[in-house]
Design a protein. Structure first.
Length: 269
């Protein structure tokens, strides 16, 4: 609820749940490019800070950002049933498109203003990203699985630092637990005592089981996504059938009125 209200305030409410299935499906397809766009803006800032980013790429990024918002706005506005509500709920798209026209073509100080606008863009982009991540984590207890793995990893790091004398600090224990649970095993930190090795075997077994659960959760998530798309397509077909039935009823009523009018004209003659 809070996320929806915040999205509405920043003008990125998106497509509402009561809209057409096709509009909701295309809105979900735009989520990944939006996430990649937000990530690229952060990468670009880093490259500029290191002075390894060509200045000519600035204009390319500016155009990509602007064209993305134009494409998303045009496609989703054409698909939603209540177009005015969609544009009102996503007013930031219209603002970016309208401001981007003089900024992109003006160059110079205008281009600098557009790059400053990216600072404002990153917040709504990451807001939508966080909503997408939450939806993924709530499916099939994926978030709970990750939380349990994190707690177990932290506890393992603390315990191994106290169990094995070759691991001198807590930070070394946490690093060992992290790479062991992840089944990476760099080998830079290795338990030497018998108790440490036994505990390490337990952590390895947990890591293998954790990644099995993680793989199963992701598989179930993608399968459920496919089922959702099928359900949306079925809902869209039902929506079209209802629209056809409604039009046929209107045609039938029109034909009945015409027939009644013809019968009346015959009686009059």
């Amino acid at each position: 609820m809070f996320n929806n209200t915040l999205n509405l305030l920043v003008g990125l409410r998106g497509v509402t749940e009561d809209e057409r299935p096709a509009a909701r499906r295309w809105a979900s397809r735009f989520e990944l490019p939006m996430i990649l766009l937000a990530i690229w803006i952060l990468i670009e800032w880093y490259l500029k800070a290191k002075d390894i980013y060509p200045a000519t790429f600035d204009r390319i990024t500016d155009w990509c950002i602007w064209l993305f918002f134009v494409l998303e706005t045009v496609v989703l506005t054409s698909l939603v049933e209540n177009k005015l509500r969609y544009l009102r709920n996503n007013w930031i798209n219209l603002l970016i498109i309208s401001i981007g026209v003089p900024l992109l073509w003006g160059g110079g100080t205008y281009a600098a203003a557009l790059r400053a606008l990216r600072v404002l863009l990153i917040f709504p982009l990451l807001l939508n990203t966080s909503g997408t991540i939450r939806k993924i984590l709530t499916r099939n207890y994926l978030g709970t699985t990750l939380l349990v793995a994190l707690v177990f990893t932290l506890m393992s790091g603390l315990l191994i630092a106290g169990i094995d004398p070759s691991i001198e600090t807590v930070w070394e224990g946490l690093w060992w637990a992290w790479v062991t649970v992840a089944t990476v095993g760099y080998g830079d930190i290795v338990p030497q005592s018998m108790a440490g090795k036994v505990f390490g075997a337990v952590v390895i077994l947990f890591g293998v089981g954790f990644f099995s659960l993680l793989t199963a959760s992701f598989s179930a998530y993608f399968v459920s996504r496919g089922e959702i798309e099928i359900e949306e397509e079925e809902v869209e077909e039902i929506y079209r059938l209802k629209d056809i039935v409604r039009r046929m009823e209107v045609m039938e009523q029109t034909l009945q009125r015409i027939e009644a009018q013809l019968n009346k004209d015959r009686r009059d003659t």
